[in-house]
Design a protein around this ligand. Sequence first.
Ligand code: IMP
Length: 184
Amino acid sequence: MDQYLPEKVNINGEQFRIYLTQEEIQQRLKALGDQISLDYKDKKPIFIGVLNGAFVFLSDLMRYVTIPCEVDFLKLSSYGDEKVSSGNVTDLKNIDANIKGRHVILVEDIVDTGLSMNYLFKKLKQFGPASLSAATLLHKTEATHHEVELKYVGFKIANLFVLGYGLDYAQEGRNLGQIYILEE
Ligand code: IMP
């Protein structure tokens, strides 16, 4: 399948270059999928994807998971069109699934300050899951100052703005098949 994999991307006058290739991402996802399949054997986990950004990552990750599993989504307020977090989180869409007694894996595209993940952990724990863990494709380790427990991390990355593979800048770039980083 031909994917959208340009060398450079320009959005709103900002230039981005390739940071993680399609191959690197898929290899890592395969390893994560194998690990999750082992860790959750006979537990039928339910993945909860955080919209909009996590939909591409989750859709690929799930297909490397070789045990029965389910999926649902929730949505938080986004960055708007900015490159820095507003520092507020509000719910835009809640989960439909009943997760009481279930093994839940929360799936984010990227953990930056950790605010969203920290908020979602507290929120989902209130529903009484049997277990709750988190997976993120990217983790900006230096930027994270809220307490987060990340069981599955695709890549630890620098504290720079990235896009592609589900991540956007002003809603653009989600269809890129790999991850791009802002040129300094
Ligand atoms: P946090 O709550 O500060 O950890 O931010 C998490 C959310 O911010 C992610 O789910 C993304 O939607 C967004 N975000 C953080 N960093 C980036 C980035 O570099 N590119 C695109 N979106 C980002």
